[in-house]
Design a protein around this ligand. Structure first.
Ligand SMILES: NC(=O)c1ccc[n+]([C@@H]2O[C@H](COP(=O)([O-])OP(=O)(O)OC[C@H]3O[C@@H](n4cnc5c(N)ncnc54)[C@H](OP(=O)(O)O)[C@@H]3O)[C@@H](O)[C@H]2O)c1
Length: 302
């Protein structure tokens, strides 16, 4: 019997039918346990906090904007009696993930669920790239997520139970022009999660990647593509988080919320890689500036 097995007070669901029956008991067992949610001050992270609190979990909320975390903690305490530990941290700073974990351990708190959600994207042309920002993104999206995961896992393995939900992206399935480093960082998250899922599933630990498509958050404003969200089909945070938590208790390797998004992940597998990346230029290619007229010609060059 494995960890979340024992949490479920019996067998942890192994098939979809089992899962439907077992889901409620999993949440019953996770109630009053602690979940660490990174990037809980807005968007998907805030919604993870809300849905986990409504299922009775206590929360460690981490992000840089302390005022937003404290406001959320107060609200969840009032609504659900949730106990919250709020930690202000810039997780892109090298020693911060470890410092956060030390602070949590000092409170005698054991993390049963880790939600690696904090992250951001960068859209733009090479000429305008801010290399410091790109490295900061990689430290957050890749290094901090990896460090939290690898530092938390030994304790989970010792206890024989635990769960990790890593927020990846639809962009993990393909290279994305003008957003290359971000998409590559999310491919890392998906691959790492899938490898760990396979390694650990028989040892009581479940690792699930959630590959969200376009979701209504501040993501695109932060990424340098304001107004982009309004022009594309998108999902609500409620929908994406509900799907992610469902996949987690079903012990899925990964989930792609939304059937259209899921279809896209299948299409990129059969199309040529050259075609796939070429198609991606349609999404984030910066508006073309008026090109100078070639001498003696009349055709504009894009
Ligand atoms: N929205 C989408 O369409 C979409 C699609 C696929 C995947 N995702 C992924 O979903 C995750 C959440 O993003 P979101 O869409 O919810 O965007 P968001 O509303 O901008 O939220 C990002 C969260 O990450 C936190 N964060 C950013 N930099 C941080 C840092 N250096 N240290 C600690 N926390 C930091 C932010 O908090 P502070 O600013 O307070 O630090 C905020 O809570 C990201 O991993 C993103 O890549 C989003």
């Amino acid at each position: 019997m494995d960890a979340l097995d024992s949490m479920a007070g019996g067998r942890f669901p192994t098939t979809h039918q089992d899962a439907r029956r077992g889901t409620n008991s999993v949440w019953k067992q996770l109630a009053n346990q602690w979940a660490l949610v990174t990037g809980a001050s807005s968007g998907l992270g805030e919604e993870f906090a809300r849905q986990l609190a409504s299922r009775g979990m206590h929360l460690i909320l981490v992000a840089r904007r302390l005022d937003l975390l404290e406001k959320l903690a107060a609200e969840l305490h009032l609504k659900h009696g949730t106990r919250c530990l709020v930690i202000q941290s810039d997780l892109s700073i090298p020693d911060e993930p470890n410092r956060v974990l030390r602070d949590i351990a000092a409170q005698g708190i054991v993390i049963e669920l880790l939600v690696n959600n904090a992250g951001f994207g960068i859209v733009g042309e090479i000429e305008n790239a801010d290399i410091d920002q790109i490295l900061m993104m990689i430290r957050l999206n890749v290094a901090a997520l990896t460090e939290l995961t690898y530092r938390i896992l030994p304790g989970m393995l010792e206890r024989g139970r635990g769960a990790i939900l890593n927020v990846s992206s639809l962009s993990a399935f393909q290279p994305v022009a003008f957003m290359g480093a971000y998409a590559a960082s999310k491919a890392f998250v998906l691959h790492l999660s899938e490898a760990l899922h396979c390694e650990l599933k028989d040892r009581g630990i479940t690792v699930t990647a959630v590959c969200a498509g376009v979701t209504r958050t501040h993501f695109f404003d932060t990424a340098g593509a304001p107004g982009w969200l309004q022009k594309h089909a998108s999902h609500s945070v409620e929908f994406v988080v509900k799907r992610a938590l469902k996949a987690l208790v079903r012990r899925q390797q990964y989930t792609v919320p939304g059937w259209r998004n899921y279809l896209l992940t299948l299409l990129v597998r059969i199309a040529s890689r050259a075609r796939v990346v070429k198609e991606s230029t349609r999404f984030f290619r910066p508006r073309s500036k008026k090109a100078p007229m070639p001498q003696g010609g009349s055709k504009a060059i894009e």
